[in-house]
Write a protein that binds this ligand. Structure first.
Ligand code: IVH
Length: 669
């Protein structure tokens, strides 16, 4: 095969597996094998840049770093929709449609109104050539490299019967689960949290480095097909084609033949929409027939053939009882409002976030105020306003403290930042406890049987002031503590002992260098191999490591310039923690599982999931990520995914327990 044929062959294979994985949630090869294919392709493309295809799946993992975005004129302006807020306004819209269509019968398609970022994606001969933001509706930014990282958006489609050029539009979004994972990671490394999934998605689409975008796992729902020459007679036909061509069309749409149907659709989704993977703030009602759309036309801003219906923002009024100030691991001080409990969107709300001092001043909060709380896109409800008519003279204004509520150190606010923080890193109790909690968490030292309450107790009893103190704890220290029985003491000590085996990358994450999250820690350990090498690395050496930029490099230097941190590392080393990277060797134990494929789901008694994977691979088996007909075993532990179990049953795949697995190993030995 010549290089172009090799490239074509690899692309075909990768697309096949991608399609299986993202569209049918199954896989025939392991993640490792998949990455190998992608790496081979990347290597070939690096060698022959002129042979890189526009639809190459390597665009999915990013790699281009943009310097600003080119502004592009939309071929068809991207309009917005009129809004309605109640049934009457919707019926008025229907009346206007009826009048405009002069007695013809008509149908609507109802869809959910997805709360993300509107994007337009152009295809030429079936190949994706451009991804553009809405911008001002007339011109948008060309963010093609970032759009190509969206796995559910095909880079090439079978466009038989399609015009040479067509365009699809829809909503780019960050799934709620990805949003939460990103914020968890940001919290871990002391970065400010992203406000809500929509802002996070819009910020991500505007990032310069598409490799970072690729990691954020953006997704996309298509809701429109556009071309110069008409292809479909109805919106329904276009949605069905988009779906069959491999686009991600949310299955929530419905054809409605009466306003009654429409109102039922609205009612049906009012609660159910909360189970979707993204936020939605209403529904969109569109005329199905394209010729009827043409008859109805547009106003200056929006089509006359479609309208949005907005669900009421779920809000409630309650009383602001007090404000507490939480001090995080990195010293950030966050005001939290304590409210008289109130029912909001199905849950009782007692607390709401106020974000920072600016927000507090903007709201002009007074204690005892009657406030409006809303659950918008955010996970935690927030105060959106004050009913000042209910304010009495004894309601005193809330003032942001000038000293740390925990240790009385004067707070600082960095130039240009909205947050206050307590600089007493080494003496402020919640910061110290926060660091210990960070240290023991699952992604770090994974010390079981200790929770935040135990840390609190150990700290206040003077037993543990630093993560290193955990390793000198003795049985006698814990005996006599209220609620600690012989067995739980032993469990805690065992958990601490076991953590000494945790690999270096997790130890490095655990010691809590600012901006060094789990992924960065792994990059660093792979590169430097030992803590000594990392400690001695210069700024220039640090920024040579892939993905380590100025900010992280400075933070690492500052960390090791501090004597207390060096001492911490020395003590942990003396305690026997892993500070050397040992590349994982592929162990071979035997071939008992030769040719057998497994999907692992749930929690197990004898093994961690990673251990199970290693065990299977060491015995010649393979671990896949999704259940398919070809799969041999679904290895199910406690709390195994119900959808996986159901699918296995449907496809006749054997479901085995941990014990079955062990006997499988033993029988075939
Ligand atoms: S159709 C002519 N369908 O809502 C307008 N829009 O205010 C065609 N949106 O910018 C838009 N979900 O970002 C349409 N199912 C859906 C939608 C949807 C969300 C957004 C879109 C647009 C805004 C219009």
């Amino acid at each position: 095969m010549n290089p172009q044929e090799q490239i074509n062959d690899l692309i075909e294979k990768i697309n096949y597996h991608n399609q299986l994985y993202y569209m049918s949630s199954t896989s025939e090869i392991s993640d490792y094998e998949f990455d190998q294919l992608l790496e081979q392709l990347q290597a070939l493309e690096a060698q022959y840049p002129s042979l890189v295809r526009d639809d190459s799946p390597t665009h999915r993992v990013g790699g281009t770093v943009a310097k600003g975005f080119e502004s592009v004129t939309h071929r068809f302006p991207m309009l917005s929709l009129g809004n309605t807020y109640n049934a009457q306004e919707l019926l008025d819209f229907d009346q206007r449609v009826q009048k405009g269509l002069e007695g013809q019968t008509y149908e609507y398609i109802c869809e959910l109104k997805f709360d993300g970022v509107a994007l337009s994606v152009w295809y030429n001969n079936g190949v994706m050539v451009r991804g553009v933001t809405r911008g001002d509706g007339v011109r948008g930014d060309d963010i093609t490299a970032n759009v190509k990282t969206i796995r559910t958006l095909p880079l090439r489609v079978d466009a038989t019967g399609m015009p040479l050029e067509f365009e699809i539009r829809g909503e780019g979004f960050l799934p709620l689960s990805s949003f939460e994972a990103i914020n968890k990671e940001r919290e871990d490394i002391g970065e400010p949290l992203l406000a809500n999934p929509r802002n996070a998605a819009s910020g991500t689409f505007k990032m310069q480095d598409s490799a970072v975008v690729a990691k954020r796992k953006l997704d996309f729902y298509v809701y429109q097909f556009l071309s110069e020459t008409a292809v479909f007679a109805t919106h329904e036909e276009s949605l069905l084609w988009l779906q069959s061509a491999g686009f991600n069309v949310s299955a929530t749409w419905k054809k409605c033949t009466s306003m009654n149907d429409v109102l039922n659709f609205i009612e049906k989704w009012e609660q159910k929409r909360h189970a979707l993977p993204l936020n939605t703030d209403g529904i969109v009602i569109k005329i199905n027939s394209f010729s009827q759309r043409e008859q109805l036309g547009f106003t200056a801003k929006s089509p006359r053939w479609a309208i949005a219906y907005k669900y009421k923002a779920e809000s409630a009024t309650t009383v602001l009882e007090s404000i507490s100030y939480q001090v995080g691991r990195t010293g950030n001080v966050t005001p939290v409002a304590n409210l008289t409990p109130v029912l909001l969107a199905g849950t009782v709300v007692k607390r709401a976030s106020v974000h920072n001092a600016n927000e507090m001043a903007r709201l002009d909060l007074h204690l005892g105020d009657t406030v409006f709380v809303e659950k918008g896109g955010e996970i935690i409800p927030k105060i959106t306003g004050v009913d000042t008519s209910k304010r009495t003279p004894d309601c005193l204004p809330v003032v942001f403290p000038s000293v740390c509520p925990e240790c009385a150190t004067p707070l600082v606010r960095k130039e240009g930042e909205a947050n206050h923080y307590c600089p007493n890193e080494k003496g402020c109790p919640p910061q110290i406890m926060g660091k210990i909690e960070h240290f023991i968490q699952r992604k770090a030292m994974n010390i079981e049987n200790i929770g935040s309450e135990t840390i609190d107790l150990f700290y206040h009893k003077g037993l543990v002031q630093s993560p290193a103190d955990l390793y000198v704890l003795q049985k006698e220290d814990l005996q006599g503590l209220e609620g600690f029985k012989e067995k739980s003491i032993q469990n805690i000590l065992n958990g601490i002992e076991k953590s000494k085996e945790i690999p270096f990358k997790q130890v490095l994450f655990a010691i809590g260098i600012r901006f060094v999250g789990a992924t960065v820690a792994e990059k660093l350990t792979n590169h430097f191999l030992t803590i000594e090498a990392l400690q001695q690395a210069s700024y220039d050496e640090l920024i040579q490591v892939p993905e380590i930029g100025e900010r992280i490099a400075q933070s690492i230097l500052a960390f090791f310039a501090d004597e207390a941190n060096v001492r911490l590392v020395e003590r942990l080393k003396a305690a026997g923690l892993q500070f050397v990277h040992t590349p994982t060797e592929i162990l071979v134990e035997g071939n008992a599982l030769e040719g057998k494929t497994f999907v692992i789901s749930g929690v197990f008694r004898h093994f961690g999931r990673d251990d199970l994977k290693l065990k299977i691979e060491a015995n010649g088996g393979k671990v896949l990520s999704g259940v398919s007909k070809k799969l041999n075993y679904l290895l199910a532990g406690a709390e195994a995914g119900p959808s996986k179990l159901e699918k296995a049953e449907k496809l006749g795949v054997k479901v085995i327990s941990e014990e079955d697995f062990l006997s499988l190993l033993a029988i075939n030995e």
